[in-house]
Design a protein around this ligand. Structure first.
Ligand SMILES: Cc1cc2nc3c(=O)[nH]c(=O)nc-3n(C[C@H](O)[C@H](O)[C@H](O)COP(=O)(O)OP(=O)(O)OC[C@H]3O[C@@H](n4cnc5c(N)ncnc54)[C@H](O)[C@@H]3O)c2cc1C
Length: 412
């Protein structure tokens, strides 16, 4: 009997398992994949995610693998430019964008080194229930026979199509329809740094340097462009760069060399799922997913792994009733993630509502305010520094926005 079984060994599962094992619990982590292996995801790790890696002693392996440090962001939305960098926090003065083959392997090794047992190539097909509680998982290694593995708590960190969520009947709520699709790949011959730019035609381009001297290039477009895009991905990809930043389109055509196939993805709807019940909990995309536009999926997976592991530890060590501890996790997850969820779903429409146009326009006029905004996006500055009534008034006063042009209500 394990204390905990964690299903899924990537951004949410490995840290949850590692943190529980570091508290002395007997933890099994299973994944149907083997590692190192890739998954469909780009690589932007906000400072808040990097701070979690640093606390867990897992940031140095990312840096030591040659992942380039990025110290300037070029962010723009329909012509409003925010170029700069959030202030350093606790020595983290750069952003890193590691390939998932590298990052996920580092996370799983962290779990292994903490003492977790690991089963790769193990598919969970069902859960084991007793008297209304989840008491284990059923699954098979490769094509082997099904077997049951028992635990005091089962944690589903198994992504959008979570088997754990399906088997417990986790309910979806606060669902917001997906606006977009994404195509991305890896290029040589470009020295562009980090760009995150939204044009005027419901199209976005992103570029960031990653491992092996490659630059990851991505485009996100509104679903209305999907049919034409699928007919000719190569030319549509280039045309999106031409459309958003014509000079980058030219340089991409003349100097960029695509090294890998495109990874396409039609984004699923944004959702929350019930995060816990008797003997089970969900973490990461299994329980909460939003558009990749703001690059907050991994940061939230790390934050919620830490939040969940602390509550499960309280339950396992009988400091607190397990069900009460898990309910606290669910409530805290929903409360703390709400601003990022709303901001992401809004900006992912690729068209700025008037409130954000006014606020971002004011911020773009001043470097100090720009860096503060980049700090909010990075999760290291509280949103109230700008988005409270006092913050907005201070911003408008300092950059000189006339009274009749000021906006205070995001819903207006
Ligand atoms: C195109 C795209 C771009 C993105 N870009 C960014 C970005 O730049 N920055 C960012 O922070 N976030 C980004 N995200 C979001 C981020 O990738 C996810 O939020 C994050 O990967 C979630 O991690 P996870 O561990 O919850 O799930 P996953 O990474 O999906 O891992 C789930 C694991 O569970 C395993 N599994 C599933 N079912 C079973 C089963 N039945 N039995 C055993 N194992 C199972 C899978 O094999 C997998 O390894 C992006 C997402 C997409 C789709």
């Amino acid at each position: 009997m394990y204390d905990a079984i964690v299903v899924g060994a990537r951004c949410a599962g490995s840290p949850t398992a590692m943190l529980l094992a570091r508290k002395g619990h007997r933890v099994l982590i299973v994944d149907r994949a083997s590692f190192p292996s890739d998954t469909v995801s780009t690589h932007y790790l906000h400072q808040t995610a990097l701070l979690r890696l640093k606390d867990w002693n897992l940031l140095n392996p990312v840096i030591d693998a040659g992942t380039p440090a990025i110290r300037k962001m070029h962010f723009s939305f329909q012509g409003i430019e925010l170029n700069g960098m959030a202030d350093a926090v606790d020595g983290v003065d750069a952003i890193y964008c590691p390939r998932r083959t590298l990052l996920d392997d580092i996370l799983l090794n962290g779990a292994r080194e903490a003492g977790c047992e690991v089963l790769e190539n193990f598919s969970v097909t069902d859960l084991v229930f007793s008297e209304g509680r989840v008491v284990g998982v059923r699954g098979r290694e490769g094509r082997g026979p099904e077997r049951d593995l028992r635990a005091k708590v089962v944690i589903g960190a198994d992504g959008f199509h979570s088997t754990v969520a399906k088997r417990v009947g986790a309910r979806s709520y606060n669902v917001r329809p997906a606006a977009n699709f994404i195509y991305y790949s890896y290029y040589q011959g470009l020295d562009w740094g980090l760009h995150h730019k939204t044009g005027h035609n419901l199209r976005w381009i992103g570029t960031w340097p990653t491992n092996d001297d490659l630059t990851m290039l991505a485009v996100i477009c509104n679903r209305s462009h999907l049919k034409e895009f699928r007919q000719d991905p190569e030319n549509q990809f280039l045309a999106t760069f031409d459309d958003v930043v014509p000079d980058m389109g030219k340089e991409l055509r003349s100097q960029g060399q695509r090294m890998e196939p495109f990874r396409p993805m039609r984004n699923p709807d944004n959702y929350y799922r019930t995060a816990q019940g008797p003997g089970w909990a969900l973490v990461g995309d299994a329980g909460y997913h939003k558009d990749p536009f703001t690059g907050w999926g991994m940061a939230d997976a790390f934050l919620h792994a830490e939040m969940l592991a602390a509550r499960v530890h309280e339950g396992l060590s009988q400091e607190r009733d397990m069900d009460e501890a898990l309910a606290d996790y669910a409530a805290t997850r929903d409360e703390e993630s709400a601003p990022v969820y709303d901001f992401t779903c809004t900006l992912a429409e690729l068209d700025l509502p008037p409130f954000y146009r006014t606020v971002l326009g004011a911020i773009s006029q001043d470097q100090k305010w720009t860096n503060t905004m980049l700090g909010i996006i990075a999760g290291v500055v509280h949103g109230d520094e700008i988005f409270s009534p006092e913050g907005l008034q201070k911003l408008y006063d300092e950059v000189g926005v006339p009274e009749d042009e000021r906006a205070y209500d995001p819903g207006a």
